[in-house]
Design a protein around this ligand. Structure first.
Ligand SMILES: C[S@@+](CC[C@H](N)C(=O)[O-])C[C@H]1O[C@@H](n2cnc3c(N)ncnc32)[C@H](O)[C@@H]1O
Length: 359
C-alpha cells in the first residue's frame, strides 16, 4: 500500500519513512456535500422532468425556471459530470438512470425522496454537533417524538418522499411475501406511510388483504397510491396513533417498515409487546429495517442513517439483529429469523406461538 521513501537520509543518518497515504479520499469526503446539494437542488427544481419536457438547453431551462444563465449552466454541467445527463452540442438529455427514477410521472419515479431530503433534512445536518451535544433532535418534538409543528404539506411531501425510498423495497417485499409468507391473510402495516410495502405485498399475493395504519395525511396519500395500483378492494387505510390507540383485531401479520428506527428502545419494545398482544396465536411480525452488523460499524448506509436519527429523532437509530431478536423474544415471539430483502433493508421475522408464550 505504501512504499519506502526515495528521499536520501543524508550522511550518517538512517531514516525509515513511508509515504503518507494520498489525501484524495479526504478531499472527496470533505466536498461530497457540494455535489450532493447540487443534485438535491436539481431534483427540487424538477430539472430532469423539465429536460424531458423539451427544456433541454441552458437558455430553455433558465427560461423555464426563471433563473440566471450562470447557475443553470453550472447545474447542467454538474449533473452531466455526475452521469445523470448527456450533452450533445448545446443540448442535454437524461441518461437512462435519471430518466427512470427522476422524471415525475414515470412508474419508478423517486424524485420526491430527494426533494424531501433537500427541503426537510439538509438544514438539520448543519446542526449535527448541536444534536450530539444535547443528545436530542434539532427541531422540536412532542412527547411521542413527533416533529411539531408538522404542516399537512410537509407531512404529504415526507410521505411521498418515503414512497420514493420504499417503493422498490415494497416490490421486493411482495416477491418475498408471495414466495415465503403467503400463509398470511391480513397484513397490518403499522406506520405504513404511503403503503409501499402493502402495495408490494398485495400486488404479488392475490389472497392477501392489507391495512395501512398511519396518521390522516399519510393515509390520504396512501389511498392515492393504492388506487393507482388498482388495489383499493384489498388494501385499506386506518387513521390511528400507533402509541395511543389499540391495534385492531383481525390481521394475522404485523409489519414495521422503517418505523422502529425512529424511536428509542423502550418505545420499540413496547410496540412489539403490543403487537404480540393483538396478534392471534400463530400470527407473525415482520420488521423491515436497516440492520447494523454486530460490530455496528457497517454496512455504510445503516451506519450513516444514525446521523439523520441523531438530528431529527429523540432516541432513534439503527440496530443489530441481536437487538431486534432480544426485543422479539422478550415480547414472546419465537422462530426469529433474519433475511436480507433489498438494498440496505433486511427483514426480521417472529411468530407468536400457537399456545401462547412458553412459561
Ligand atoms: C419513516 S416513515 C415509514 C413509512 C413506511 N412504513 C415506509 O417504510 O415507507 C414512518 C411512518 O410512521 C408514521 N408514524 C409515526 N408516528 C406515528 C404515530 N404515532 N401514529 C401513527 N403513525 C405514525 C409516520 O406518519 C410515517 O408515515
Amino acid at each position: 500500500m505504501t512504499k519506502a521513501s526515495a528521499a536520501s537520509p543524508g550522511p550518517g543518518k538512517v531514516v525509515c519513512m513511508e509515504d503518507p497515504p494520498s489525501p484524495g479520499p479526504l478531499l472527496e469526503l470533505g466536498t461530497a456535500y457540494w455535489t450532493s446539494k447540487a443534485f438535491l437542488t436539481a431534483c427540487n427544481l424538477g430539472l430532469f422532468s423539465l429536460i424531458e419536457g423539451g427544456n433541454d438547453t441552458v437558455e430553455r431551462l433558465a427560461g423555464a425556471l426563471s433563473l440566471p444563465l450562470r447557475g443553470t449552466r453550472y447545474l447542467l454541467e454538474g449533473m452531466t459530470a455526475l452521469g445523470l445527463l448527456e450533452k450533445t452540442g448545446e443540448q442535454y438529455r437524461t441518461t437512462p438512470l435519471a430518466s427512470a427514477h427522476l422524471v415525475d410521472g414515470k412508474p419508478e419515479y423517486m424524485g420526491d425522496l430527494f426533494v424531501t431530503l433537500d427541503r426537510h433534512f439538509f438544514a438539520p445536518f448543519q446542526d449535527l454537533e448541536t444534536a450530539m451535544r444535547r443528545d436530542g433532535p434539532v427541531w422540536p418534538v412532542d412527547s411521542l417524538g413527533r416533529r411539531v409543528p408538522l404542516t399537512p404539506e410537509q407531512s404529504e411531501l415526507f410521505t411521498r418522499g418515503m414512497h420514493g425510498l420504499t417503493g422498490a423495497t415494497g416490490a421486493a417485499f411482495g416477491r418475498e411475501w408471495a414466495s415465503g409468507l403467503s400463509c398470511r391473510r391480513h397484513l397490518l402495516d403499522i406506520g405504513g406511510g404511503s403503503g409501499a410495502m402493502s402495495i408490494g405485498a398485495a400486488g404479488q399475493a392475490p389472497g392477501l388483504r392489507a391495512t395501512v395504519l398511519d396518521r390522516p395525511v399519510p393515509c390520504a396519500v396512501a389511498r392515492e397510491y393504492i388506487a393507482a395500483a388498482g388495489l383499493s378492494d384489498r388494501v385499506d387505510t386506518l387513521e390511528s396513533d400507533i402509541f395511543e390507540d389499540p391495534f385492531p383485531d383481525g390481521p394475522d401479520a404485523h409489519l414495521y417498515s422503517n418505523v422502529l428506527q425512529n424511536y428509542g428502545e423502550d418505545r420499540c419494545r413496547g410496540l412489539l409487546q403490543k403487537s404480540f398482544g393483538a396478534l392471534p396465536p400463530g400470527g407473525g411480525v415482520v420488521i423491515a429495517e436497516l440492520v447494523l452488523d454486530d460490530e455496528r460499524t457497517g454496512p455504510p448506509f445503516p451506519v450513516a442513517f444514525n446521523f439523520l436519527a441523531l438530528v431529527v429523532t429523540e432516541r432513534g437509530g439503527t440496530r443489530t439483529y441481536d437487538e431486534y431478536r432480544s426485543w422479539l423474544e422478550e415480547a414472546g415471539f419465537v422462530g426469529i429469523e433474519l433475511q436480507h430483502l433489498f438494498g440496505p433493508t433486511s427483514l426480521v421475522f417472529g411468530t407468536k406461538p400457537e399456545a401462547g408464550p412458553a412459561a
